[in-house]
Design a protein around this ligand. Sequence first.
Ligand code: GDP
Length: 425
Amino acid sequence: MSNCAIVGINWGDEGKGRMVDLLTERYDYVIRYQGGGNAGHTVVNEYGKFALHLLPSGIFRKGVMNILGNGVALDLENLYQEMQTVIAQGVAITPENLRISDRASLLLPWHRELDGLEEARLADKKFGSTKQGIAPFYSDKYQKKTILAGELFYPEHLKEHLKDLLDWKNLTLTGVYGAEPAKLENLIAWFDKYGEFFKPFVCDTGKLLKKASKEGKSILFEAQLGSLRDLDYGIHPYTTSSNAIAAYAPVGSGLPSAKIDKVVGVVKAYSTCVGEGPFVCEWFGEEAEKLREAGGEYGAKTGRPRRVGPIDIVATRYGVECQGATDIALTKMDVMSYMDRIPICAHYELNGEIIDDFPFPAALYDCKPVIEYMDGWKCDISGARKWEDLPVNAQKYVEYVEKAIGCRIRYVSVGPERDAYIERV
Ligand code: GDP
């Protein structure tokens, strides 16, 4: 059995969904192990174009079992909508190809509400939350104040548990934020609709995975967001509220003893960042607008314009180290074809010194990018399928990045379509 994790190396939106969709062919199980519906993986395949938020990207492959592990923020309401959209485009989703861990905690309507209330309280100091309830959800999870999906099978116990949580949560809703209290009957109606619908999908996925592992099946772990958004290793406090790095995959998947043989780190050929926080290599004005347009850099979930800039070698090398990446997929190379010269943020300058190690988050505000340039290739590379098809300047760029970040670039993606890539052997 060979297991693989596909993870983001930077700020997210690197094209992980596209790589998982491509590589699922080689795996039996695809597992989302953290995060919720707060980010979107865009996948383009024979069924159409999809923005997946919670569904594992293996959902399009016949014979692949997809799992939402115990580490995810299980937002049944969003998942329900997402499933309806995907099913409407001709993809079958049943317990035959989707299972949900009975140990996954449920993201409840009050988590989303609390996210909105807190962002409103922060006003101009807001973090740029997607308001999907992720931070309140994970806070509650670590306080052990959540409902587990498996409780759907214990209705009496569930009702008592809900009542207790409701009393506790209303102290915050009314006392801290002056909002309306949540009502038990609304919650029960919510469970009647979504809980009942999802019951057939919920099971002990740990058991399922143990069996799969014994049978020599292979597993693909799918991350949401990138290293720089990891709760512990990212740019605190502009991180997400869970661990996005590969090391967390066994814990959040339901198979804590899993060995990961291969970690494919996805790096975009330039940088993008959604939300607030320091972003050293950021471009502004016309050149930013041009890159944003060329790359279609608008959030899959929110439609927000993404902040953009050249590739950041310092942050990327750090991201590669955090992930323990064994292979890199460099995506969106085709987007840079319009550039006369290719910019690279090769180092940072901090207090007059050149640095190559990613600094403590608070120091990032004082870092300036040190930009170097390579010659552009100035031609359409979206049809390239072999290394030799790439113009020499594009090859040189790949080789430069590979050397600078210290990890083999195995895949070069030149378009969003499933087959628009080059695999280097
Ligand atoms: P994810 O969250 O990491 O999966 O990334 P997103 O889905 O947010 O963003 C990646 C976007 O780039 C999607 O719209 C993809 O269809 C698109 N994409 C992925 N790889 C390529 C590529 O090599 N070239 C181009 N032009 N688009 C790509």
